[in-house]
Design a protein around this ligand. Structure first.
Ligand code: PLP
Length: 356
């Protein structure tokens, strides 16, 4: 039976990415060697990292002055690197969930953190709006897509101070105006590649403004100067990321992705609204994520929750269990998830409704 992969991360990748990675594991770029065993200094791998860097910026539509680097450690490591690179005395954070809270905790190690806005009062099921951003902050940090709760800020906000965004789970899902950001970063394992690489897109002229001593690996300038090769990069993962980016470009880029993502999410949200057994976790339509669609059992049918998960799993649906802090279900509909998977899930929800 064909499996439909709704996992939140690591998550579905284009078949193209998996097939091309398999080929490179067997014979990388005609070298007669596996990409698992070649030097990152080989000319074949240098070509990969150069192409991955330029294609990343091209797909984002980044203007001149922005650089991308690929590093290890996950988005979680960046939570501590961001304040070290950008915070002189004070930074602002918008707290929209567990990931934002973890970023805040790390930032507090390096200076004063201002809670500019938060949606904690309602278990993070909305995007805060209408807040004032103090102009004396060194930067403001936001999380554009809150993977756990299924909320998403789908516009690029105007910000009077440098804006830093965790885009781990919605990178390349829509066009963005990169010029509004000082830095965009994320773990690759949600919408780009297997786990193991982190992308950091940064406006270069904002670096080097802090007084503190930065270890080489922490200083973004080190990685820029060395083309992501200061230390050994995760070669295979970067290769897979390049394949996903080629697939994305071939599909028509982020504009086409956004259209497909809106369609897919629309189909599923409509069914959640229509089906008497389910209710959406996020009520305000404009706050609903196009990447992680969260829904819970209608309270009148709560006893059916565990049966639905088994019912859906038996019909080929994988990764639908909601995060423990929200409960219910989460269908992640990342770029690589085909529309047929969403339609298959809707059919399963309708079948379940008929049998109850
Ligand atoms: C998954 C996730 C993270 C954590 O990423 P790691 O690479 O595991 O450190 C951070 N932020 C968001 C929004 C995420 O979805």
């Amino acid at each position: 039976m064909k499996k439909h992969n709704f996992s939140a991360g690591p998550s579905i990748l284009p078949e193209f990415t998996i097939e091309e990675t398999i080929k490179a594991i067997q014979n990388f770029a005609g070298t007669g060697l596996s990409i698992l065993e070649v030097s990152h200094r080989s000319k074949e791998f240098e070509a990969v990292i150069e192409e991955a860097s330029s294609l990343f910026l091209e797909l984002l539509g980044a203007p001149a002055g922005y650089k991308v680097v690929f590093v290890g450690g996950g988005a979680s490591t960046q939570f501590a690197y961001i304040p070290q690179n950008f915070m002189k005395t004070k930074a602002g954070y918008v707290n929209t969930g567990v990931w934002a809270s973890k970023a805040i905790k790390e930032a507090k190690l390096f200076g004063e953190v201002v809670d500019v806005a938060s949606s904690k009062d309602k278990n993070f099921n909305y995007i805060p709006r209408g807040y004032t951003i103090p102009t004396d902050l060194d930067y403001l940090h936001i999380t554009t897509n809150n993977t756990i709760y299924g909320t998403e800020l789908k516009t690029d906000i105007d910000c009077p101070v440098p804006l830093v965004a965790d885009m781990s789970s919605d990178i390349f899902s829509r066009p963005i105006d990169v010029s509004k950001y000082a830095m965009i970063y994320g773990g690759a394992q949600k919408n780009l590649a297997p786990a193991g690489v982190t992308f950091v897109v940064v406006k270069e002229d904002l670096l080097g403004k802090v007084d503190r001593v930065l270890p080489s690996m922490v200083d973004y300038r080190t990685h820029i100067e060395n083309g992501s090769m200061f230390n050994t990069p995760p070669c295979v993962i970067i290769y897979s990321a390049l394949m996903t980016m080629k697939w994305l470009k071939n599909m028509g880029g982020v504009e086409v992705m956004q259209r497909k993502n809106i369609e897919k999410a629309g189909i599923l949200y409509n069914e959640i609204e229509r089906n008497k057994l389910f209710v959406p976790n996020v009520s305000l339509e404009e706050d609903r994520s196009l990447m992680n669609i969260t829904f819970v059992m209608n309270p009148d049918y709560m006893e059916l929750e565990k049966y639905f998960l088994t019912f859906a799993t038996n019909r080929g649906m994988d990764g639908l269990k909601g995060h423990r802090s929200v409960g219910g279900f989460r269908a992640s509909t990342y770029n690589a998830l085909p529309r047929e998977s969403v339609e298959a899930l809707v059919a399963v929800m309708q079948e379940f409704e008929r049998s109850h």
